[in-house]
Design a protein around this ligand. Structure first.
Ligand code: ADP
Length: 684
């Protein structure tokens, strides 16, 4: 019996981290050793190897070979050192790489728990967790009688302070009783200034709250250091850089321009406000439109510059700037050649919505074009010895004598004046800035965005401040299939491969493959302004992108359509009827109800069935700074602003009222190159 008990106890010890940590000698944080753990990251498994001695995390090695190099890869590269320095797994996540960052934190937590660590204790030691959440009470002697306080705290906040001191003189101690609760809450420390003239009451309140917070595990010295209402005295170094060209933004357009500038032998700097490069370009999936390319010729595809231009004008509802469109089409084939020359070949050609022929050029293996180009561009920049100034945000354009003279920029530790003869704005659009898009489109208030966090329209605001004209600024493209809790875009290929959209009533309501604006409008007309995208196992098996949606928990799955309906609170009979009708439509290739003619090669009949709840999300801001065909920024009087150039989503005019798939990448490569050529010529 005794043996059994000790076996059970040792098993319990093995299973319970806190029991193990109880077994550690006092003041010892870890059982020395090497511990390993794994978690699911964004692209695959993230594994960590953590080495500890009794009271230090000595090293954290992280492996995540399948993470996107410029996003999750940054977390894989940097978070280990941060965890060692912070002495807790709970360090700041890398913005834009939430899934990878959280996987790393979870895996390191698991490894440290194997080492017997009490993670809350580590967090408290590191100042990450300030209090043990709960409500604590204490008393101290005031002027007229006892002062009683009730303090409620979360891990890092004082949520409420109640001070009871009915015996204090109302106009003196009573004022302290009435006011010090808010002061303490705001400052997150009891050591606030008391009420002058009510020293005894004030001191009693400070003492009682101190006692309550001490019971909550707080380190009072740390609270004073972290005092919230204290004026922060950050002194950032002032730095001056002299160069010829400043490129603002390291997305597709900025990096294309930087490669060109370097190849032209120019002295320049490239700034990026995020801790990683890529911007919205990283999110491009399809490819790059280009006409009369050598790839098209080799593959026997007939196309012309004229047709490309005409398709783009038509797609943009004919409000595009025809000259910019002409340039886009004319320069597209040579842009493909240039991409070849830097090892970023796009040989796989297919059809994309709004094109009269096969025109969209993608990587050979069919992978997403955005990541592919960002990786290639960044690698090329590194090879050329160009380093991007990350975490550095341009804040203002400097003008002297009516000409551009540089930019002001800021990082955490410096304020820069960068003197230059020319500036290229490649800051992208404003789809991640709700204030800005609702300023131009109040109807879009509350709409989620698929955009990268850096797409805040800074370039547009900076250019406007020096007199730039804007075009089509209210033209904003919605993408119809965006999962709303994660803002993850469900690629068009899901519908292209055969998925349908149903509303909460279980019925189809549109031709699912109309243009993005039309499908979005149809969804917004449904009850609740959302829909479900519905597909089957066969479709999942044939489309790699779906795995990401499943691993991120976006899909609802069921073995029968009725069961799926129940999970979605849809009437099962109606949804079953909708699916039966759809499969008939596919069989007969005739959608009498909504006239769909594409994406009808496979019916939806292989269980399990899947659904993702979706609604429109902000996808692309077509409008922006006005440029001419030389990528010179045009002012409100129609004249170029000397020394100011812009390319990519920061500009307006290329896409008009609607951007065709494949034209964003064409825009950034073609106009990124032109902007660099023009800036190089201007600074000669
Ligand atoms: P494009 O497709 O036009 O190249 P992207 O969105 O891909 O646009 O890239 C724009 C880049 O500019 C993003 O990486 C974004 O973080 C960066 N950016 C935006 N505003 C600033 C700024 N004020 N200073 C530096 N970088 C910026």
């Amino acid at each position: 019996m005794k043996k059994l008990l000790s076996l059970v106890l040792s098993l319990m010890l093995l299973c319970s981290a806190s029991a193990l940590s109880d077994a550690l000698p006092e003041e010892t944080l870890f059982t020395p050793g090497v511990y390993q753990a794994e978690e699911q990251g964004f692209g695959g498994t993230v594994s960590v190897t953590v080495t500890v001695d009794e009271d230090e995390i000595l090293s954290v090695a992280i492996e995540g070979p399948n993470e996107t190099p410029t996003l999750g890869g940054v977390a894989v590269e940097t978070m280990g050192q941060e965890i060692v320095a912070a002495r807790t797994p709970h360090v700041d996540i890398v913005t834009g790489a939430t899934v990878t960052s959280n996987a790393i934190i979870a895996a390191v937590t698991a490894a440290l728990e194997q080492a017997g660590a009490d993670i809350t204790q580590l967090d408290m030691n590191a100042g990450r967790v300030l209090f043990i959440p709960g409500t604590y009470e204490a008393e101290a002697q005031g002027f007229g009688g006892p002062i009683h306080v009730i303090v409620t705290v979360s891990e890092d906040e004082i949520l409420a302070v109640v001070i009871e001191g009915a015996s204090e003189t109302p106009t003196l101690g009573g004022v302290a009783v009435d006011t010090m609760d808010d002061l303490i809450k705001e400052a997150r420390t009891p050591n606030v200034d008391g009420v002058s003239g009510a020293t005894v009451t004030s001191t009693a309140i400070v003492a009682a709250v101190t006692e309550a917070l001490t019971a909550a595990g707080a380190d009072l010295t740390l609270l004073d250091d972290l005092r919230l209402d204290k004026e922060e005295d950050i002194t950032r170094e002032e730095k001056t850089i002299d160069t010829e060209i400043v490129i603002v933004g390291a997305g597709g357009a900025g990096m294309a321009a930087a490669i060109m500038a370097k190849q032209a032998g120019k002295d320049f700097v490239i700034l990026e406000k995020m801790p990683y490069v890529g911007g919205n370009t990283t999110k491009a999936t399809g490819g790059m439109n280009a006409a009369e390319t050598h790839y098209q010729k080799e593959q026997g595809i007939e196309d012309s510059v004229e047709l490309f231009a005409a398709d783009t004008m038509k797609g943009g509802h004919d409000i595009n700037d025809p000259e910019l469109v002409r340039t886009l089409a004319e320069k597209s084939a040579e842009a493909i050649d240039w991409l070849d020359s830097i090892g970023a070949e796009l040989p796989k050609i297919s059809f994309s919505g709004g094109a009269s022929t096969n025109r969209i050029h993608a990587p050979a293996d069919g992978s997403a074009v955005g990541n592919y180009l960002v990786d290639k561009f960044y690698a090329k920049l590194k090879e050329l010895g160009v380093s991007v100034m990350l975490n550095t945000e341009a804040t203002e354009l400097i003008m002297k004598d009516g000409k551009i003279a540089g930019v002001k920029a800021e990082s955490d530790d410096a304020i820069y004046t960068i003197n230059a003869k020319a500036v290229i704005l490649a800051t992208g659009g404003f789809g991640a800035n709700e204030d800005m898009y609702t300023q131009y489109r109040p109807d879009l208030k509350g709409t989620v965005t698929t955009n990268a966090p850096g797409a805040t329209g800074d370039g547009i605001v900076m250019a406007q401040a020096v007199g730039a004209a804007l075009v089509d600024i209210e033209q904003i493209q919605l993408h119809p299939t965006v999962e709303q809790t994660t803002s993850m875009l469900i690629t068009e290929s899901v519908r292209g491969d055969g998925a349908i959209l149903v509303n909460q009533g279980g019925k189809r309501f549109t031709n699912e493959l109309l243009t993005r604006d039309a499908v979005s409008a149809a969804e917004l007309a449904q009850e609740g302004c959302y829909a479900y995208i519905l597909f089957d196992q066969h479709l999942r098996d044939n489309l790699k992108a779906i795995e990401k949606y499943v691993t991120n928990g976006l899909t609802v799955q069921a073995d029968t359509i009725e069961e799926l309906a129940e999970k979605l609170s849809i009437d099962p009979a109606t949804l079953a009827e909708t699916l039966k009708n759809w499969n008939e439509i596919v069989k007969n290739q005739n959608d009498t109800e909504f006239g769909r003619t594409t994406g009808m090669n496979n019916d939806l009949s292989t269980p399990p069935y899947y659904a993702i709840k979706i609604a429109p999300g902000i996808h692309h801001t077509m409008g922006g700074v006005k440029i001419n065909t030389a990528a010179e920024v045009i002012d409100v009087n129609g004249n170029p602003i000397p020394g100011l150039f812009a390319a990519g989503e920061v500009t307006g005019g290329v896409h008009g009222g609607n951007r065709l798939g494949g034209n964003a990448v064409a825009d950034i490569v073609i106009f990124g190159r032109i902007a660099a050529e023009s800036a190089v010529a201007y600074t000669k």
